[in-house]
Ligand binder design. Structure first.
Ligand SMILES: [Zn+2]
Length: 386
């Protein structure tokens, strides 16, 4: 009898131990700090807590890309001057940027002045123009009109359709006051024209999916959303849902298989590469551009490496905002196997990044070869032939 109590205790503790080892359901975390305990000191604000990393591992900063790079997603000022081009050009060689695509949605009337500015700069041939589509107040006949303008812009020297901004689908209204849906058939002549001209159509749809989700403390982008009111799309009376926009976009792409579609920001699926992979599988003319989603690539080095290798013909480098000191973060993620290093903006991502160590053959494709292949008439000078 004497042994019963300890035995029961042991069994009980073992049982508790097994329970403790069980995984929590996905999406749930244990209370932090441990239940019943409170920090002894005043707690820092979310922006004040910057624990230094004590991890010591090899570091390989990459100031200059290993191969020349085409930046498919560049936004100079809308009324670009010779000085603007020179300022951008001055920083290019040091980063190994070989060519900038002005991906602004440039109005037709500004195309020629912009091309003149490039031609008069010290970097002629280092920047090219895409054009913009005026998608406001679409009504009967608009599609033909916009298509004719696109045709004229390409004849005038535009090499693609520049970034169709997120307002397409999100906020732009038709002439009748309703929301212009991304797959509105009125615009079919525009996409048919792009297909006939064999030019890429560069499109930004929606924004990170968390921008559409409730703004609570489980939202991965809480800090960014708290800082930037214009990134909040939670109000369903004003904005469609993320999935509604994705469905319209996917429908448009499927209906126009001859268009060379380039999804800005990897279609906002960089945190769900399997989803993007399915889209690539289903749409051979679909490409993804890497602007402003490095934090998602760098937090999944193994998955991202395998994805980049598998879809090496479908991924195109772009940066979005032009900050010369930010490019080396991209080179380091793509080219090294470095571990646990910082992203460059603490409100985008509060986590660390890892290098995905891409092979040279893949680097060349995402840095320049894919962009050259899908964009007729891009200047080839300075890019290796193979
Ligand atoms: Zn952009």
């Amino acid at each position: 009898m004497k042994r019963t109590v300890p035995t029961l205790l042991t069994v009980g503790l073992l049982f508790l131990g097994v329970l403790g080892a069980q995984q929590l359901p996905p999406g749930q975390i244990r209370p932090r700090p441990a239940e019943g305990r409170e920090p002894e000191f005043p707690q820092p604000k979310i922006r004040d807590y910057h624990p230094r990393s004590t991890l010591v591992v090899p570091e390989h900063p990459v100031p200059k890309a290993r191969f020349p790079v085409i930046d498919f997603h560049h936004h100079p000022p809308q009324s670009m001057t010779v000085d603007d081009v020179n300022r951008v050009g001055d920083a290019m060689a040091g980063l190994n940027l070989g060519l900038m695509v002005n991906a602004n949605s440039t109005p037709s009337a500004r195309l020629k002045p912009a091309m003149d500015a490039i031609a008069a700069s010290r970097y002629k041939g280092k920047m090219v123009m895409f054009t913009g589509l005026d998608l406001r107040n679409v009504g009967p006949g608009s599609g033909q009109k916009i298509a004719a303008q696109l045709d004229a812009d390409v004849k005038a020297g535009a090499l693609g359709v520049g970034e169709i901004m997120k307002s397409f689908g999100l906020t732009i209204k038709k002439a009748d006051g309703t929301r212009l849906k991304i797959d509105d058939p009125e615009l079919d002549p525009v996409w048919q024209t792009a297909a006939r001209l064999k030019i890429p159509v560069f499109m930004h749809t929606a924004d990170p999916s968390e921008f559409f989700q409730p703004l609570d403390f489980n939202n991965e982008r809480w800090l960014e959303l708290a800082l930037y009111p214009d990134r909040r799309y939670q109000d369903r009376s004003r904005f469609p849902s993320f999935e509604e926009l994705m469905a319209e976009r996917d429908h448009l792409i499927a209906r126009h298989p001859n268009v060379t579609w380039v999804l800005a920001h990897m279609g906002w699926h960089a945190q769900d590469l399997a989803r993007l992979g399915k889209m690539f599988d289903a749409n051979p003319n679909l490409y993804g551009e890497l602007g402003a989603v490095l934090y998602d690539i760098g937090r999944q080095p193994r998955s991202a490496h395998d994805f980049f290798v598998k879809y090496q013909d479908r991924i195109i480098f772009g940066k979005d905002s032009y900050q010369p000191d930010e490019y080396p973060y991209y080179w380091r993620v793509f080219e090294t196997n470095d571990e646990y290093f910082d992203y460059y903006r603490d409100y985008h991502a509060f986590w660390k990044m890892y290098g995905i160590g891409l092979p040279d053959a893949v680097l060349k494709k995402i840095y320049y070869a894919n962009a050259l292949r899908i964009t007729p008439n891009l200047p080839r000078a300075g890019f290796p032939a193979n």
